[in-house]
Design a protein around this ligand. Structure first.
Ligand code: ADP
Ligand code: MG
Length: 600
């Protein structure tokens, strides 16, 4: 009998470990950046060539290593970050396994230069496939530089599986973002093939997000803040209207370490539910601070997954925090509406000769044109007319006339000079720019909020029909209708099944004309069915959305001024005016800058 078990040489063991730790250039980037942060650096440079395939170098100004440590850091399980098992429960550093440098050195040519502050000379080490080629004293600035060349030079199979430069560079950028984001106080720079991709000064978290992802984020970010005894949550979420079609900027950090956490991601999505369209994803940059003893970071070799001791509690706190921010920011549009002219004229300047006020006349006024009676009754009273004309007199006469044509004063503080285009959009002039409102979605939003309220309040607004209307439906629609009959009752419908896919409509909400009952019900049923398939909302919300779709004013319907005004007033009294119940944008503002640019 002969013994067959052998201890693997370190170089082989390291290569095996490298398989776990270093999958691609970005993995090395992550480990090296984390080491630089752990070394208490204030400035970190990342230099990459050919998407990391040729060179990955990280230069920091941190505390550096002694001559002995410089040699030891390439040994497996060599770490300065833990001493005993107790330390495992209080780790605040990024690394602690002592595997990264050993792994990287087993599959690349590594050149390390390092010097501690109080030393005159530093140490330079060349190591290749775990084999130390040279070690010498050297002149170098304080801190550490690790250059990793020709990654996977001795593992051709791995090298072969690397993706294109653009893909690998994307992965590297992602690792760079993850580290740079949560350390906004540190300066970072990032070069690829001698081109500077980022040069970040020390800044706030918000500024760092904007520096990395662009100025457009200035308008998108809303702060989130919540502290309970176990956990402190802070950071930013992006407003729902900026949700992305791809899972874009979704960042969780726990104790300054990027993590993935599908369960907590679900909490955020849940808070955004209804506010964003299907198949789009909210962006967020959320930081958690927890006692290290309340998390287990050890479950994943590259440590992007962690386990919280009390996950459900954190889920709840996070959900509430995100909802609170959405609520606090109120989702109300940052539109600056023109407000009613003041009716108290200022004291007149001396030597001012008042002109005799004239009521501006609308030369286009046609007394035979169809006008709504109530609109006419709302025309300014004499006094209002006087005061208004006083204001208007100070402007050129054309604008007076124009204004008179365009608006009617009422006692609300906001007034809408709107007009309709394409029988589809309402256009309003505001201080923020030209507001374009989709009439159908606007009305869906208004009705949706109204129905939700009705479901809660149970105030019925149905109209009893003198003779019940009898309607037939397709088999699947009839089945769906039977299911939701009781809930429809809460929303003003009184419908009875007559069997064989026939129904008697005894009462309908007063907004629904008798001739439209069948059509409206069909739309409600179709929407309800697709809502169930998408499984996005609870039954009542789904019903309210479906009702809103069925009953809303449609694109293509001409609206007179009064109808436009009603719709706009109701819309901006809504809680979430900018999104339709299905999450589509209701309006958009064409800003002055945009108009200027177009006409440039
Ligand atoms: P870990 O980070 O898990 O401890 P590493 O293999 O990444 O393991 O690093 C091993 C050790 O080398 C670290 O614990 C640290 O003491 C030292 N080290 C690595 N990089 C640096 C650096 N940039 N500056 C100072 N010390 C470093
Ligand atoms: Mg490390």
């Amino acid at each position: 009998m002969s013994d067959v078990i052998r201890l693997l040489p370190d170089s082989v063991a390291n290569q095996i470990a490298a398989g776990e730790v270093v999958q691609r250039p970005s993995s090395a980037v992550k480990e090296m950046l984390e080491n630089a942060v752990d070394a208490e650096s204030t400035e970190i440079r990342l230099i990459v060539k050919d998407a990391g395939k040729t060179l990955i170098q990280v230069i920091d100004n941190g505390k550096g290593m002694s001559e002995t440590d410089a040699r030891l850091c390439f040994e497996r399980h060599a770490t300065s970050k833990i001493r005993d098992t107790q330390d495992l429960f209080s780790i605040r550093t990024m690394g602690f396994r002592g595997e990264a440098l050993a792994s990287i050195a087993s599959i690349a040519q590594v050149e390390l230069k390092t010097r501690q502050e109080n030393e005159e000379l530093g140490t330079e080490i060349q190591i290749e496939g775990s084999e130390v080629k040279s070690q010498n004293p050297c002149q170098t600035s304080k801190g550490t530089s690790v250059a990793v060349k020709n990654l996977f030079f001795n593992v051709p199979a791995r090298r072969q599986f690397l993706k294109s430069d653009s893909v690998e560079l994307k992965h590297i950028s992602e690792e760079f973002y993850r580290v740079a984001l949560v350390h906004p106080n540190l300066k970072f720079s990032f070069y690829h093939n001698d081109k500077c991709l980022h040069n970040l000064e020390s800044e706030s978290f918000k500024e760092r997000i904007i520096s990395l992802f662009g100025d457009v984020y200035k308008k998108r970010l809303v702060p989130i803040e919540q502290a309970v005894s176990h956990v402190k949550i802070s950071g930013f979420i992006c407003k729902p209207e900026f949700a992305m079609k791809t899972k874009g900027e979704q960042y969780f950090f726990v104790n300054n370490r990027f993590i993935r956490h599908p369960y907590l991601n679900h909490a955020v999505s849940q808070a955004f539910n209804e506010l964003i369209p299907e198949k789009s994803y909210p962006s967020y940059f959320i930081r958690f601070e927890v006692e290290p003893k309340n998390i287990d970071i050890n479950i994943h070799p590259t440590k992007t997954e962690i386990k919280f001791i009390d996950e459900k509690l954190i889920y709840g706190v996070l959900l509430a925090a995100v909802k609170k921010s959405i609520g606090a920011y109120n989702l109300s549009p940052s539109l600056d509406f023109l407000t009613n002219p003041k009716f108290q004229p200022d004291v007149l300047p001396q030597n001012y000769t008042p002109k005799i006020p004239t009521v501006p006349v609308n030369p286009n006024y046609n007394p035979f044109e169809k006008t709504n009676f109530s609109e006419r009754s709302k025309k300014p009273t004499n006094q209002q007319a006087y005061l208004e004309s006083f204001e208007l007199l100070q402007k050129p006469i054309e604008t007076c006339v124009q204004k008179e044509i365009e608006h009617t004063i009422d006692d609300g503080s906001t007034y809408f000079d709107s007009f309709q285009i394409l029988n589809k959009y309402l256009v309003v002039d505001t201080h923020s720019g030209l507001l374009l409102v989709c009439q159908q979605r606007a009305h869906e939003r208004v009705l949706f909020e109204q129905f939700q309220k009705q479901i809660v309040d149970r105030q019925l607004v149905s109209q009893q029909k003198l003779f019940p209307q009898s309607l037939d439906f397709s088999a699947p629609n009839a089945e769906t209708l039977s299911d939701i009959l009781p809930s429809l009752k809460d929303l003003g419908w009184d419908i009875e099944s007559l069997g064989h896919h026939s129904f008697a409509v005894n009462a309908a909400p007063c907004e629904v004309k008798e001739s439209e009952v069948q059509g409206v019900l069909e739309i409600i049923l179709e929407n309800f069915k697709s809502g169930i398939m998408l499984n996005r909302n609870d039954k009542q919300t789904n019903l309210a959305i479906s009702m809103a779709s069925g009953m809303a004013i449609k694109s293509g319907a001409p609206l007179d001024k009064l109808e436009q005004k009603h719709l706009l007033t109701q819309l901006f009294a809504c809680q979430i005016p900018q999104l339709s119940p299905k999450g589509k944008p209701v309006f958009s503002v064409l800003s002055e800058e945009e108009i200027n640019t177009r006409l440039n």
